[in-house]
Write a protein that binds this ligand. Structure first.
Ligand code: NAD
Length: 273
């Protein structure tokens, strides 16, 4: 897959996926525009990219995806620096509380929806406006939204997160239809169980203590049961997620739009939604 000199915006660039994504695409020669609300983790990502990819081009934009003016200014800054935008990994997200429905705090529900749905739409629209203004070309522009298998299956004790990721899938399909005439492809990626690491361990602890009858009270048993449900009987890796995103962003998938790639513990399957 050739990303040499292409510009990619990656949101959530200070997080697990976003950070490794910045490093991966920098290694492929892409110009990186890293968007992140947390200035400290963003700085750390920039440092790692520069250490691991000497000469890499990276523009850091501290940016809150829920703030349309903030996002517009960040996207304008990318065009000012790199001239064009070719790709976007629309990836920032918030998992919300791990609490069964009867106890779920509506304030947190709204926060999850604001970041994961409205924020994702704000970025998508701001990026697509620039792509449309750049004009049609031989290859397509490409946007990948990070959804989750929670949006397909509905994870217990994660009603807000599951709802938000289902909305991301519907957004992806709807936007893909609106934007195809401009040569802009929009797809989604749905990671399942990704690990090992802090996020995986923490999630199992939270599920174990959630009070949900669907989870054991013991985090290790929670983890074992979850992995047992995965076809390949193992966790997926961040690199497997990134490889799938890279495929959807690349010209190799130039006819693919309105789809959702499920990264299910190592099994990657296409699902037209
Ligand atoms: N890690 C997993 O197992 C997993 C599985 C399925 C889906 N996902 C999704 O993948 C994406 C990345 O996950 P991750 O594991 O890297 O999570 P993470 O928490 O490490 O990273 C998410 C990043 O988004 C940033 N962010 C949150 N709100 C923001 C805002 N308003 N504006 C800008 N940035 C904001 C956070 O600061 C964080 O750096 C998320 O959308 C998540 O829902 C993750």
């Amino acid at each position: 897959m050739n990303f040499q000199d292409k510009t990619i915006i990656i949101t959530g660039a200070g997080g697990n996926f976003g950070r490794d994504g910045c490093i991966y695409f920098a290694k492929q020669g892409a110009k990186i525009a890293a968007f992140e609300v947390n200035a400290e983790t963003l700085e750390e990502t920039a440092k790692l990219v520069k250490e691991q990819v000497p000469g890499a081009k990276i523009l850091c934009q501290p940016c809150n995806v829920t703030d349309a003016a903030n996002v517009k200014a960040a996207v304008d800054a990318v065009v000012a620096e790199f001239k064009t935008i070719d790709m976007c990994w629309n990836n920032a997200g918030y998992q919300g509380h791990i609490t069964p429905t009867l106890q779920y705090d509506p304030v947190d529900f709204a926060r999850v929806m604001n970041i994961n749905v409205t924020g994702m739409f704000i970025v998508l629209q701001a990026v697509a406006k620039k792509m449309e203004a750049q004009g049609k070309r031989d290859t397509t522009y490409s946007i990948v939204n990070t959804a989750s298998v929670a949006g397909l299956h509905g994870t217990p004790a994660m009603v807000a997160y599951s709802s938000s990721k289902a909305a991301v899938l519907a957004m992806t399909v709807s936007c893909s239809k609106d934007l195809a005439p401009y040569g802009i492809r929009v797809n989604a990626i749905s990671p399942a169980l990704i690990g090992p690491g802090f996020m995986w361990d923490r999630q199992n602890e939270l599920h174990a203590s959630s009070g949900s009858p669907y989870y054991s009270r013991d985090p290790e048993t929670v983890a074992k049961n979850k992995v047992n449900d995965v076809p390949m009987k193992r966790l997926g890796t961040i690199q497997e997620v990134i490889q799938s995103v890279a495929f959807l962003l690349s010209d190799q998938s130039s006819y693919t739009t309105g789809t959702n790639l499920v990264v299910d513990g190592g099994v990657i399957s296409g699902l037209k939604c």
